[in-house]
Design a protein around this ligand. Structure first.
Ligand SMILES: O=C(O)CCC(=O)C(=O)O
Ligand SMILES: [Fe+2]
Length: 446
Protein backbone atom coordinates (compact mmCIF):
# COMPACT_ATOMS: atom_id res chain seq x y z
CA UNK A 1 0.00 0.00 0.00
CA UNK A 2 1.29 3.48 -0.83
CA UNK A 3 2.85 5.11 2.25
CA UNK A 4 0.88 7.81 4.03
CA UNK A 5 3.52 10.58 3.57
CA UNK A 6 3.79 9.87 -0.17
CA UNK A 7 0.02 9.92 -0.57
CA UNK A 8 -0.29 13.04 1.60
CA UNK A 9 2.12 14.92 -0.62
CA UNK A 10 0.27 13.92 -3.78
CA UNK A 11 -3.17 14.71 -2.45
CA UNK A 12 -2.37 18.15 -1.00
CA UNK A 13 -3.28 20.26 -4.05
CA UNK A 14 -6.66 18.51 -4.19
CA UNK A 15 -7.27 19.19 -0.51
CA UNK A 16 -6.25 22.82 -0.96
CA UNK A 17 -8.67 23.30 -3.84
CA UNK A 18 -11.44 21.52 -1.91
CA UNK A 19 -11.06 23.66 1.21
CA UNK A 20 -10.56 27.05 -0.48
CA UNK A 21 -14.19 27.87 -1.31
CA UNK A 22 -15.73 31.15 -0.16
CA UNK A 23 -19.11 30.50 1.45
CA UNK A 24 -20.87 33.79 0.65
CA UNK A 25 -21.34 36.66 -1.77
CA UNK A 26 -21.94 40.25 -0.72
CA UNK A 27 -22.16 43.72 -2.15
CA UNK A 28 -24.53 46.60 -2.76
CA UNK A 29 -27.33 47.06 -5.28
CA UNK A 30 -28.52 50.25 -6.90
CA UNK A 31 -32.06 50.84 -5.70
CA UNK A 32 -35.09 52.48 -7.28
CA UNK A 33 -37.30 54.73 -5.20
CA UNK A 34 -39.93 51.94 -5.06
CA UNK A 35 -37.41 49.53 -3.55
CA UNK A 36 -37.07 51.73 -0.48
CA UNK A 37 -40.71 51.93 0.56
CA UNK A 38 -41.94 49.87 3.51
CA UNK A 39 -45.45 49.23 4.86
CA UNK A 40 -45.67 47.64 8.30
CA UNK A 41 -48.32 46.77 10.83
CA UNK A 42 -48.47 47.94 14.40
CA UNK A 43 -51.14 46.68 16.77
CA UNK A 44 -53.44 49.50 15.70
CA UNK A 45 -52.58 50.57 12.20
CA UNK A 46 -50.52 50.12 9.05
CA UNK A 47 -47.73 52.63 8.60
CA UNK A 48 -45.45 53.57 5.75
CA UNK A 49 -41.88 54.77 5.68
CA UNK A 50 -39.38 55.44 2.94
CA UNK A 51 -35.77 54.58 3.71
CA UNK A 52 -34.36 57.54 1.79
CA UNK A 53 -36.26 60.06 3.95
CA UNK A 54 -36.89 58.17 7.21
CA UNK A 55 -35.87 60.18 10.27
CA UNK A 56 -34.46 58.77 13.48
CA UNK A 57 -37.97 59.12 14.98
CA UNK A 58 -39.50 57.13 12.10
CA UNK A 59 -36.98 54.36 12.68
CA UNK A 60 -37.59 54.43 16.43
CA UNK A 61 -41.29 53.90 15.69
CA UNK A 62 -40.46 50.96 13.41
CA UNK A 63 -38.26 49.50 16.13
CA UNK A 64 -41.09 49.87 18.67
CA UNK A 65 -43.52 48.07 16.36
CA UNK A 66 -41.27 45.02 16.44
CA UNK A 67 -41.44 42.09 18.85
CA UNK A 68 -38.27 40.94 20.54
CA UNK A 69 -36.57 38.43 18.27
CA UNK A 70 -36.37 34.88 19.57
CA UNK A 71 -34.11 32.12 18.32
CA UNK A 72 -33.79 28.35 18.54
CA UNK A 73 -31.81 26.70 21.26
CA UNK A 74 -31.99 22.97 20.57
CA UNK A 75 -35.71 22.48 20.00
CA UNK A 76 -36.85 25.37 22.18
CA UNK A 77 -37.83 28.80 20.95
CA UNK A 78 -36.14 31.15 23.40
CA UNK A 79 -35.99 34.82 24.14
CA UNK A 80 -32.60 35.57 25.62
CA UNK A 81 -31.30 39.07 25.16
CA UNK A 82 -27.81 38.03 26.18
CA UNK A 83 -27.72 35.90 23.01
CA UNK A 84 -29.86 37.84 20.59
CA UNK A 85 -31.02 41.39 21.02
CA UNK A 86 -33.04 42.66 18.08
CA UNK A 87 -36.58 43.45 17.00
CA UNK A 88 -38.50 41.40 14.45
CA UNK A 89 -41.59 41.57 12.31
CA UNK A 90 -42.92 38.37 10.74
CA UNK A 91 -43.42 38.30 7.00
CA UNK A 92 -47.18 38.76 7.40
CA UNK A 93 -46.65 42.10 9.13
CA UNK A 94 -44.69 44.03 6.53
CA UNK A 95 -44.50 44.61 2.78
CA UNK A 96 -41.33 45.95 1.26
CA UNK A 97 -41.26 47.67 -2.12
CA UNK A 98 -38.13 45.70 -2.92
CA UNK A 99 -38.98 43.08 -5.53
CA UNK A 100 -36.51 40.22 -5.30
CA UNK A 101 -37.65 38.89 -8.69
CA UNK A 102 -36.50 41.94 -10.60
CA UNK A 103 -33.38 42.51 -8.48
CA UNK A 104 -31.25 39.92 -10.27
CA UNK A 105 -30.18 38.54 -6.88
CA UNK A 106 -31.57 34.99 -7.30
CA UNK A 107 -29.64 34.61 -10.57
CA UNK A 108 -26.47 36.02 -9.04
CA UNK A 109 -26.76 33.70 -6.03
CA UNK A 110 -27.46 30.67 -8.23
CA UNK A 111 -24.40 31.49 -10.26
CA UNK A 112 -22.04 31.91 -7.32
CA UNK A 113 -23.39 29.59 -4.62
CA UNK A 114 -25.06 26.78 -6.56
CA UNK A 115 -23.37 24.40 -8.95
CA UNK A 116 -22.52 27.04 -11.53
CA UNK A 117 -23.81 24.69 -14.24
CA UNK A 118 -27.22 26.28 -14.50
CA UNK A 119 -29.05 23.13 -13.42
CA UNK A 120 -30.57 24.74 -10.36
CA UNK A 121 -32.30 28.02 -9.72
CA UNK A 122 -32.94 29.86 -6.46
CA UNK A 123 -36.29 30.36 -4.78
CA UNK A 124 -36.09 33.09 -2.14
CA UNK A 125 -38.72 33.00 0.59
CA UNK A 126 -39.13 36.23 2.53
CA UNK A 127 -38.66 35.44 6.20
CA UNK A 128 -38.41 38.37 8.65
CA UNK A 129 -37.74 42.05 9.01
CA UNK A 130 -35.28 42.82 11.79
CA UNK A 131 -34.36 46.08 13.44
CA UNK A 132 -31.05 46.14 15.27
CA UNK A 133 -31.10 49.33 17.35
CA UNK A 134 -28.19 50.61 19.42
CA UNK A 135 -26.49 47.74 21.30
CA UNK A 136 -28.40 45.06 19.39
CA UNK A 137 -26.56 41.94 18.20
CA UNK A 138 -27.00 38.24 17.42
CA UNK A 139 -24.34 35.84 18.68
CA UNK A 140 -22.93 32.88 16.76
CA UNK A 141 -25.48 30.50 15.28
CA UNK A 142 -26.40 28.65 12.11
CA UNK A 143 -29.64 29.19 10.27
CA UNK A 144 -32.09 26.41 10.97
CA UNK A 145 -32.70 24.14 7.96
CA UNK A 146 -36.36 23.85 7.05
CA UNK A 147 -36.12 21.24 4.34
CA UNK A 148 -33.59 19.24 2.35
CA UNK A 149 -33.43 21.82 -0.39
CA UNK A 150 -32.81 24.89 1.79
CA UNK A 151 -29.18 25.84 1.24
CA UNK A 152 -28.72 29.45 2.21
CA UNK A 153 -29.83 32.72 3.71
CA UNK A 154 -29.98 36.18 2.22
CA UNK A 155 -29.87 39.39 4.24
CA UNK A 156 -30.74 42.79 2.74
CA UNK A 157 -29.52 45.75 4.75
CA UNK A 158 -31.45 48.94 4.04
CA UNK A 159 -29.77 52.34 3.86
CA UNK A 160 -30.33 53.76 7.34
CA UNK A 161 -27.77 55.62 9.42
CA UNK A 162 -25.85 53.18 11.65
CA UNK A 163 -22.40 52.09 12.72
CA UNK A 164 -21.30 48.61 13.78
CA UNK A 165 -23.54 45.59 13.18
CA UNK A 166 -21.18 43.70 10.88
CA UNK A 167 -22.01 40.17 9.84
CA UNK A 168 -19.13 37.84 10.71
CA UNK A 169 -18.95 34.37 9.11
CA UNK A 170 -16.71 31.58 10.31
CA UNK A 171 -15.65 28.13 9.21
CA UNK A 172 -13.16 25.79 10.91
CA UNK A 173 -10.15 27.95 10.07
CA UNK A 174 -11.31 31.19 8.43
CA UNK A 175 -13.30 34.32 9.32
CA UNK A 176 -14.98 36.83 7.02
CA UNK A 177 -16.53 40.17 8.00
CA UNK A 178 -19.13 42.08 6.01
CA UNK A 179 -19.45 45.63 7.32
CA UNK A 180 -22.72 46.59 5.67
CA UNK A 181 -22.70 50.11 7.17
CA UNK A 182 -19.40 50.81 5.43
CA UNK A 183 -20.53 49.12 2.20
CA UNK A 184 -23.58 51.42 2.10
CA UNK A 185 -21.44 54.52 2.71
CA UNK A 186 -19.00 53.48 -0.01
CA UNK A 187 -21.91 52.90 -2.35
CA UNK A 188 -23.19 56.44 -1.79
CA UNK A 189 -19.73 57.93 -2.32
CA UNK A 190 -19.06 56.12 -5.58
CA UNK A 191 -22.52 55.98 -7.13
CA UNK A 192 -23.82 58.78 -9.31
CA UNK A 193 -27.31 57.81 -8.18
CA UNK A 194 -29.09 60.17 -5.82
CA UNK A 195 -30.98 57.19 -4.35
CA UNK A 196 -29.08 55.26 -1.70
CA UNK A 197 -28.26 51.59 -2.38
CA UNK A 198 -29.16 48.37 -0.55
CA UNK A 199 -26.45 46.08 0.85
CA UNK A 200 -26.84 42.31 0.57
CA UNK A 201 -25.09 39.19 1.72
CA UNK A 202 -26.07 35.63 0.78
CA UNK A 203 -24.35 32.71 2.47
CA UNK A 204 -24.70 28.98 3.01
CA UNK A 205 -26.87 28.71 6.09
CA UNK A 206 -24.82 25.93 7.70
CA UNK A 207 -21.95 28.41 8.09
CA UNK A 208 -21.67 29.82 11.60
CA UNK A 209 -22.35 33.56 11.70
CA UNK A 210 -23.01 36.41 14.09
CA UNK A 211 -24.07 40.05 14.01
CA UNK A 212 -21.72 42.26 16.00
CA UNK A 213 -23.08 44.99 18.26
CA UNK A 214 -24.65 48.03 16.62
CA UNK A 215 -22.76 51.04 18.00
CA UNK A 216 -25.27 53.68 16.94
CA UNK A 217 -28.29 54.19 14.69
CA UNK A 218 -30.64 51.53 13.30
CA UNK A 219 -29.67 48.56 11.17
CA UNK A 220 -32.79 47.42 9.33
CA UNK A 221 -32.72 44.11 7.49
CA UNK A 222 -35.02 41.82 5.57
CA UNK A 223 -33.96 38.17 5.55
CA UNK A 224 -34.87 35.41 3.09
CA UNK A 225 -34.50 31.63 3.23
CA UNK A 226 -32.97 30.32 0.01
CA UNK A 227 -34.03 27.05 -1.60
CA UNK A 228 -32.68 25.34 -4.67
CA UNK A 229 -35.08 24.23 -7.33
CA UNK A 230 -34.21 22.18 -10.44
CA UNK A 231 -34.44 24.18 -13.65
CA UNK A 232 -36.65 23.11 -16.47
CA UNK A 233 -34.21 20.83 -18.41
CA UNK A 234 -35.08 22.50 -21.73
CA UNK A 235 -33.80 25.84 -20.41
CA UNK A 236 -30.38 24.45 -19.40
CA UNK A 237 -27.78 25.18 -22.03
CA UNK A 238 -26.11 21.86 -22.78
CA UNK A 239 -22.38 21.42 -23.01
CA UNK A 240 -21.52 24.56 -21.04
CA UNK A 241 -19.36 23.20 -18.27
CA UNK A 242 -17.42 25.55 -16.08
CA UNK A 243 -13.73 24.79 -15.85
CA UNK A 244 -13.06 22.87 -12.66
CA UNK A 245 -9.76 23.04 -10.84
CA UNK A 246 -10.63 19.97 -8.80
CA UNK A 247 -11.35 17.96 -11.92
CA UNK A 248 -8.01 18.91 -13.41
CA UNK A 249 -6.09 17.97 -10.27
CA UNK A 250 -7.96 14.70 -9.84
CA UNK A 251 -7.46 13.80 -13.46
CA UNK A 252 -3.71 14.53 -13.11
CA UNK A 253 -3.57 12.15 -10.14
CA UNK A 254 -5.37 9.38 -12.02
CA UNK A 255 -2.84 9.65 -14.85
CA UNK A 256 0.07 9.27 -12.44
CA UNK A 257 1.20 5.66 -12.01
CA UNK A 258 2.57 6.44 -8.54
CA UNK A 259 -0.84 7.52 -7.22
CA UNK A 260 -2.67 4.61 -5.52
CA UNK A 261 -1.11 2.20 -8.05
CA UNK A 262 -3.30 -0.69 -6.93
CA UNK A 263 -6.42 1.50 -6.55
CA UNK A 264 -8.19 2.42 -3.32
CA UNK A 265 -10.69 4.74 -1.71
CA UNK A 266 -10.42 8.48 -1.04
CA UNK A 267 -12.66 9.92 1.66
CA UNK A 268 -13.60 13.57 2.11
CA UNK A 269 -15.42 15.01 5.11
CA UNK A 270 -17.63 17.50 3.25
CA UNK A 271 -17.11 21.25 3.62
CA UNK A 272 -20.79 21.91 4.26
CA UNK A 273 -23.50 20.37 6.39
CA UNK A 274 -26.82 19.22 4.93
CA UNK A 275 -30.38 19.19 6.30
CA UNK A 276 -31.18 15.58 7.11
CA UNK A 277 -34.64 14.50 8.19
CA UNK A 278 -34.40 14.65 11.93
CA UNK A 279 -33.80 11.32 13.59
CA UNK A 280 -36.59 10.32 15.86
CA UNK A 281 -39.21 11.47 13.40
CA UNK A 282 -40.79 8.06 12.86
CA UNK A 283 -38.88 7.05 9.73
CA UNK A 284 -38.72 3.25 9.61
CA UNK A 285 -36.87 2.78 6.35
CA UNK A 286 -33.42 3.69 5.15
CA UNK A 287 -33.29 7.12 3.52
CA UNK A 288 -30.52 6.87 0.93
CA UNK A 289 -28.08 9.76 0.87
CA UNK A 290 -27.85 9.56 -2.91
CA UNK A 291 -30.74 12.05 -2.96
CA UNK A 292 -28.30 14.72 -1.72
CA UNK A 293 -26.13 14.40 -4.87
CA UNK A 294 -27.95 17.24 -6.55
CA UNK A 295 -28.20 19.33 -3.38
CA UNK A 296 -24.49 19.62 -2.66
CA UNK A 297 -23.04 23.09 -2.17
CA UNK A 298 -19.95 24.84 -3.50
CA UNK A 299 -16.79 22.71 -3.25
CA UNK A 300 -18.78 19.59 -2.31
CA UNK A 301 -20.76 19.85 -5.55
CA UNK A 302 -17.61 20.50 -7.57
CA UNK A 303 -15.85 17.44 -6.16
CA UNK A 304 -18.84 15.19 -6.78
CA UNK A 305 -19.09 16.49 -10.33
CA UNK A 306 -15.34 16.00 -10.95
CA UNK A 307 -15.59 12.38 -9.75
CA UNK A 308 -18.56 11.58 -11.94
CA UNK A 309 -17.08 13.30 -15.01
CA UNK A 310 -14.00 11.11 -14.53
CA UNK A 311 -16.24 8.02 -14.23
CA UNK A 312 -15.29 7.33 -10.63
CA UNK A 313 -17.83 5.80 -8.33
CA UNK A 314 -18.60 8.35 -5.59
CA UNK A 315 -21.01 7.81 -2.71
CA UNK A 316 -22.32 10.00 0.06
CA UNK A 317 -22.14 8.49 3.53
CA UNK A 318 -22.48 9.04 7.22
CA UNK A 319 -19.52 7.61 9.12
CA UNK A 320 -20.24 6.02 12.47
CA UNK A 321 -17.52 5.26 14.96
CA UNK A 322 -18.36 3.19 17.97
CA UNK A 323 -15.86 4.55 20.43
CA UNK A 324 -13.89 7.72 19.93
CA UNK A 325 -11.24 6.69 22.41
CA UNK A 326 -10.48 3.25 21.21
CA UNK A 327 -7.91 2.67 18.49
CA UNK A 328 -9.58 -0.45 17.19
CA UNK A 329 -13.06 0.95 17.39
CA UNK A 330 -15.34 -0.17 14.62
CA UNK A 331 -15.88 2.32 11.82
CA UNK A 332 -18.83 1.85 9.54
CA UNK A 333 -20.08 3.76 6.53
CA UNK A 334 -23.79 4.18 5.91
CA UNK A 335 -24.91 5.40 2.54
CA UNK A 336 -28.30 6.03 4.18
CA UNK A 337 -29.79 7.72 7.20
CA UNK A 338 -30.39 4.84 9.63
CA UNK A 339 -34.08 4.23 10.24
CA UNK A 340 -35.59 4.42 13.66
CA UNK A 341 -35.55 1.00 15.25
CA UNK A 342 -38.38 -0.45 17.30
CA UNK A 343 -35.94 -2.55 19.21
CA UNK A 344 -33.87 -1.44 22.10
CA UNK A 345 -30.38 -1.22 20.61
CA UNK A 346 -27.49 -2.50 22.66
CA UNK A 347 -24.77 0.02 23.30
CA UNK A 348 -22.73 -0.88 20.22
CA UNK A 349 -24.72 0.90 17.58
CA UNK A 350 -22.12 0.13 14.90
CA UNK A 351 -22.82 -3.62 15.30
CA UNK A 352 -26.48 -2.93 14.64
CA UNK A 353 -25.60 -0.87 11.56
CA UNK A 354 -23.23 -3.53 10.30
CA UNK A 355 -25.19 -6.69 10.92
CA UNK A 356 -28.77 -5.55 10.63
CA UNK A 357 -28.47 -2.81 8.07
CA UNK A 358 -25.52 -4.08 6.01
CA UNK A 359 -23.34 -1.02 6.51
CA UNK A 360 -19.76 -1.95 5.57
CA UNK A 361 -16.99 -1.79 8.11
CA UNK A 362 -13.98 0.28 7.05
CA UNK A 363 -10.48 1.05 8.22
CA UNK A 364 -9.17 4.58 8.06
CA UNK A 365 -5.90 6.25 7.15
CA UNK A 366 -5.73 10.00 7.86
CA UNK A 367 -4.02 12.09 5.23
CA UNK A 368 -4.75 15.46 6.85
CA UNK A 369 -2.58 17.31 9.31
CA UNK A 370 -2.36 14.97 12.30
CA UNK A 371 -1.28 17.72 14.69
CA UNK A 372 -4.42 19.74 14.39
CA UNK A 373 -7.31 17.53 13.54
CA UNK A 374 -6.36 13.99 14.34
CA UNK A 375 -7.44 12.32 17.49
CA UNK A 376 -4.31 11.46 19.56
CA UNK A 377 -4.80 7.72 19.30
CA UNK A 378 -5.06 7.99 15.54
CA UNK A 379 -1.67 9.68 15.29
CA UNK A 380 -0.13 7.03 17.47
CA UNK A 381 -1.82 4.24 15.62
CA UNK A 382 -0.58 5.57 12.29
CA UNK A 383 2.92 5.89 13.62
CA UNK A 384 3.03 2.38 14.93
CA UNK A 385 1.23 0.66 12.16
CA UNK A 386 0.50 3.05 9.31
CA UNK A 387 3.09 1.89 6.89
CA UNK A 388 2.99 -1.76 7.69
CA UNK A 389 -0.63 -2.49 7.08
CA UNK A 390 -1.13 -4.88 4.28
CA UNK A 391 -3.99 -4.16 1.95
CA UNK A 392 -5.65 -7.45 2.75
CA UNK A 393 -5.63 -6.78 6.47
CA UNK A 394 -8.99 -5.16 6.18
CA UNK A 395 -11.54 -5.26 3.44
CA UNK A 396 -12.10 -1.61 2.91
CA UNK A 397 -9.44 1.08 3.49
CA UNK A 398 -10.42 4.71 3.23
CA UNK A 399 -7.74 7.38 2.90
CA UNK A 400 -9.28 10.47 4.48
CA UNK A 401 -8.25 13.68 2.73
CA UNK A 402 -10.21 15.93 5.10
CA UNK A 403 -11.48 15.17 8.62
CA UNK A 404 -14.60 13.11 8.82
CA UNK A 405 -17.24 13.55 11.49
CA UNK A 406 -18.10 10.81 13.92
CA UNK A 407 -21.82 10.42 13.98
CA UNK A 408 -23.11 9.10 17.22
CA UNK A 409 -26.08 6.85 17.72
CA UNK A 410 -28.27 9.91 17.39
CA UNK A 411 -27.16 13.06 15.71
CA UNK A 412 -26.95 15.94 18.14
CA UNK A 413 -29.26 18.90 17.84
CA UNK A 414 -27.92 22.06 16.37
CA UNK A 415 -27.21 24.05 19.50
CA UNK A 416 -28.07 27.55 18.27
CA UNK A 417 -30.25 28.34 15.28
CA UNK A 418 -32.43 31.21 14.23
CA UNK A 419 -35.50 28.98 14.83
CA UNK A 420 -36.03 25.92 16.99
CA UNK A 421 -35.31 22.68 15.12
CA UNK A 422 -38.50 21.31 13.67
CA UNK A 423 -38.08 18.57 11.13
CA UNK A 424 -34.51 18.76 9.90
CA UNK A 425 -31.10 19.03 11.43
CA UNK A 426 -27.68 19.46 9.93
CA UNK A 427 -25.72 16.29 9.26
CA UNK A 428 -22.07 15.91 8.43
CA UNK A 429 -21.71 13.76 5.37
CA UNK A 430 -18.64 12.38 3.70
CA UNK A 431 -17.92 11.55 0.10
CA UNK A 432 -16.06 8.32 -0.65
CA UNK A 433 -14.53 8.02 -4.10
CA UNK A 434 -13.38 4.68 -5.42
CA UNK A 435 -10.28 4.79 -7.59
CA UNK A 436 -9.38 1.80 -9.77
CA UNK A 437 -5.79 0.54 -10.23
CA UNK A 438 -3.51 2.48 -12.58
CA UNK A 439 -4.58 1.90 -16.16
CA UNK A 440 -8.13 0.98 -15.06
CA UNK A 441 -9.10 3.98 -12.98
CA UNK A 442 -12.75 4.13 -13.91
CA UNK A 443 -15.01 2.45 -11.40
CA UNK A 444 -18.43 3.78 -12.27
CA UNK A 445 -20.54 2.40 -15.06
CA UNK A 446 -21.56 5.48 -16.97
O1 LIG B 1 -28.63 40.54 10.02
C1 LIG B 1 -27.77 39.78 9.64
O2 LIG B 1 -26.78 40.17 9.01
C2 LIG B 1 -27.88 38.30 9.91
C3 LIG B 1 -29.07 37.96 10.72
C4 LIG B 1 -29.14 36.50 11.05
O3 LIG B 1 -28.14 35.82 11.13
C5 LIG B 1 -30.46 35.85 11.23
O4 LIG B 1 -31.48 36.54 11.27
O5 LIG B 1 -30.48 34.61 11.34
FE1 LIG C 1 -28.63 33.77 10.97
Amino acid sequence: MQSIPALQAMIEPLRNAFTAGIPYISGTLCASSDDLGLFYNTEKETRFLHFSTATVEDLDLLEKACDAATFGRNDQNVLDETYRKAGKLDASNFASGFDIHVSGLPELIANKLLDGQGNMRVRAERYKLNVYGKDAFFKAHKDTPRSEDMFGSLVLIFPTEHAGGSLVLRDASRTWTFDSAKALQDHSKTSSDSIPGIAYIAFYSDIEHEVTKVESGHRVTVTYNLYQVPCDPSSVSSGVTEKSEMKEILSGLLNDSNFLPGGGYLGFGLQHEYPLGRLGTECHRKVYLQRYRDLLKGPDAELMRAASQLSLDATLNLRYLYDNDHPKSTNVLCNFIPPESDKEIEDDYTIYLQYELDAPEISSRMLYDPEEKQHPWEAEWEERNGQEYLPNESKFWVNWVTPVANNKHRTTFMAYGNEPVLTHEYGQLCLVIQVGPFGKRQTASM
